[in-house]
Design a protein around this ligand. Structure first.
Ligand SMILES: Nc1ncnc2c1ncn2[C@@H]1O[C@H](COP(=O)(O)OP(=O)(O)OP(=O)(O)O)[C@@H](O)[C@H]1O
Ligand SMILES: [Mg+2]
Length: 277
């Protein structure tokens, strides 16, 4: 039995930026390590530009690390061909913008049947359709038949994101990288989508990387929080602990800016005092 982990080990990503004759190096991700496990959610929080999406893209093998490695069940898997296909059936991504990530010309069921066919060669057309309908029910798009033949624009933003989640599950993913999965959705439906992700995570024992700006949902939906600042993880720990007892100045600043009055007010005052000095 394999260990069933997805590990980022000392990931580094430098971008070369050219302007005219000058080249500068941007250290987008400096030396980042963490492990995803089944049934656990790790939140990656940090300000805009801190390197969160770059980490997500490296985990998805959409971007090659400058150094460091990604280990699935302890093994470095291939970056091309069949090996990449296998890797991508285990590790799937949910993007920020469900509209851009779905093809406007294809029906909802097509988005699910395609990965099902690729990853379950040998299934009949009827079996593939049955599995696709089951997936729609699993993301609470019910009755599935009423959504199957629609196109993305005929769904609400929240429903589209549910389709994106179903599509991530279609190849049998064990790990989901969700890069700000609800930040483009109306505030009123965000919680519904996050709750769905949390339920699936429990039911299917998925390992989830939840990337967000929002500390309140990071606390509520994750086991561990990693705080990123300019390419580094500056603080990490059990979610409650990081929120209740932040150690790093930047985490305190983030908390002070978070719109949750309960126990953040005290911190806000502390940070204000700090900044005024
Ligand atoms: N392909 C690229 N070429 C050059 N620079 C890049 C590239 N991709 C990202 N960057 C830079 O790397 C840094 C990290 O970007 P990244 O998208 O990972 O941030 P982020 O934490 O996801 O931000 P946000 O919260 O706004 O989504 C930024 O300075 C960005 O401009
Ligand atoms: Mg990003």
């Amino acid at each position: 039995m394999s260990v069933r982990t997805l590990e980022a080990r000392s990931l580094v990503k430098d971008f070369r930026l050219r302007s005219g004759l000058k080249t500068t190096i941007l250290h987008a991700v400096k030396d980042v390590s963490f492990t995803l496990e089944p049934g656990k959610t790790v939140a990656l929080v940090g300000e805009s530009g801190s390197g969160k999406s770059t980490i997500a893209r490296m985990l998805m093998k959409l971007e090659t690390p400058t150094s460091g490695e990604i280990l699935l069940d302890g093994t470095r898997s291939g970056d091309a061909g069949r090996a990449l296909e296998r890797y991508r059936s285990d590790v799937q991504m949910v993007f920020q913008d469900p509209f851009a990530s779905l093809n406007p010309f294809h029906t909802i069921i097509h988005h699910l049947e395609r990965p099902l066919r690729i990853h379950n060669r040998g299934l009949s057309a009827g079996e593939v359709r049955g599995k696709a309908l089951e997936l729609l029910e699993r993301v609470r798009l019910s009755p599935a038949e009423s959504f199957a033949e629609r196109r993305p624009h005929e769904l609400s933003g929240g429903q589209r994101q549910r389709v994106a989640i179903a599509r991530a599950l279609a190849p049998g993913a064990r790990f989901i990288v969700a890069d700000e999965p609800v930040s483009m959705l109306d505030v009123s439906i965000r919680l519904g989508v996050l709750n769905l992700l949390a339920e699936l995570q429990r039911e299917e024992q998925l390992g989830v990387l939840y990337i967000t700006h929002d500390l309140a949902t990071a606390r509520h939906f994750s086991d561990e929080i990693l705080v990123m600042y300019r390419g580094d993880i500056v603080e990490r720990g059990p979610a409650d602990e990081v929120i209740r007892n932040p150690q790093h100045e930047y985490t305190k600043t983030l908390l002070a800016a978070a719109p949750e009055p309960e126990n953040f007010g005290r911190l806000r005052d502390e940070v204000r005092a700090e900044l005024a000095r």
